[in-house]
Ligand binder design. Structure first.
Ligand SMILES: [Zn+2]
Length: 355
């Protein structure tokens, strides 16, 4: 048997977009993130949404207590406020100055899980956005139109053209992240504006809508924005592996109970935190660009946000055989099952902290 094991060391990765939920789900999923990622930007769409510094500090404490005994020593949840009418600018600025609040997240109302409290017009938040720009607080955006007359696969482009571009052009000092890019429209606004970065998920990198729909509908691949065409996926993979520092890793890991994923009306979200790094490593391996993995998962996001790159390292190993059988489901303490994305890649890859 030939030994074609591959090993590489990279700076500890960051997850710039993750949903950790609350209560028993929080306790069950947070260790997967805390074990491998240094920073985790924790989304605020819990119930009720996180709209104040006080709520962010309390949620951060719950995340840290859920991180578990095997969490990285430098695991740092970075808290985000949910941008809506309840946000008080002075509270946001004070929270950021105190290091409690990392950024603010905009959800179009109704676009995805727990987004009912979101907005209908991003520019209506202009005073908040200008204050954020002045204080160096980034805006994170779920860029998806909720216009019911629009085809679901065209909604990212529509939101970017009508709502995000005006903000980017009228408030150029504001640092912006287009989250979970799913189309070339998302890639293009990032490429065209140095202050705009883009997070990319493991599933938008490796799946297209034929995977979702062609061979029996697969509800576990349903997320928002919906996984798009093969052409869009190829463009996203090209951007992520290009070395362009404006693109970085955000898992958008979003756990739902099995009962919500296998239902008449399926909840949007994919739980990928356990194998997210393995999925991306396998893609970079297949495309022959493992030398660019560290930039994408460990450096570019830190640079975009003006955060120090991780001095700590992890070692990734790709096995020649695929004999191990990683679990494809996780259970919360009360027995709720959650399916895990990416087991195929986890058969190949393992990682360990080296510093
Ligand atoms: Zn998300």
């Amino acid at each position: 048997m030939t030994d074609d094991t591959v090993t590489l060391e990279i700076a500890a990765p960051d997850d710039w977009h993750v949903h950790l939920r609350d209560d028993e789900m929080l306790s069950a999923v947070t260790p997967y993130t805390a074990n491998v990622f240094r920073h985790a930007v924790v989304m605020p769409n819990i119930t009720p949404p996180v709209t104040s510094t006080q709520a962010a500090a309390a949620y951060r404490a719950r995340v840290l207590s859920a991180a578990g005994p095997d969490a990285r020593h430098d695991f740092t949840p970075m808290m985000v406020l949910y941008l809506n009418e309840q946000i008080v600018v002075d509270d946001l600025l004070a929270g950021a100055a105190d290091g409690v609040v990392f950024g603010a997240k905009y959800y179009p109302a109704g676009a995805t899980t727990n987004s009912a409290a979101g907005g209908n017009d991003l520019l209506a938040f202009r005073p908040v956005l200008e204050a954020m720009a002045g204080a160096g607080i980034p805006l994170l955006v779920h860029a998806e139109s909720t216009d019911p007359s629009l085809d679901i696969f065209d909604r990212e482009a529509d939101f970017i053209e009508k709502q995000l571009l005006p903000v980017v052009e009228q408030i150029p000092e504001l640092r912006v992240t287009v989250e979970h890019i799913s189309t070339r429209a998302g890639l293009d606004i990032v490429k065209d504006h140095p202050q705009v970065g883009g997070s990319i998920t493991p599933h938008h990198l490796t799946c297209d809508r034929s995977d979702l729909l062609a061979n029996g509908m697969r509800p576990h691949l349903y997320c928002k924005p919906v996984i798009n065409s093969r052409e869009e996926r190829m463009a996203i993979a090209e951007a992520a592996t290009s070395g362009n520092p404006s693109f970085f890793f955000g898992t958008d890991s979003a756990p739902h109970p099995l009962s919500k994923k296998e239902a008449e009306k399926v909840a949007a979200g994919i739980f990928n935190a356990p194998y997210a790094l393995e999925v991306v490593a396998e893609l970079f391996f297949e495309l022959g660009c493992l030398d660019r993995l560290e930039g994408f998962v460990s450096h570019h996001g830190a640079d975009h946000y003006g955060v120090e790159r991780s001095p700590a390292k992890i070692r990734l190993t790709r096995r020649a055989d695929t004999e191990i059988d990683p679990p494809e489901a996780m259970f919360t303490a009360d027995g709720t099952e959650v399916r895990i994305f990416g087991a195929d890649a986890a058969r190949r890859w393992a990682w360990e902290a080296v510093s």
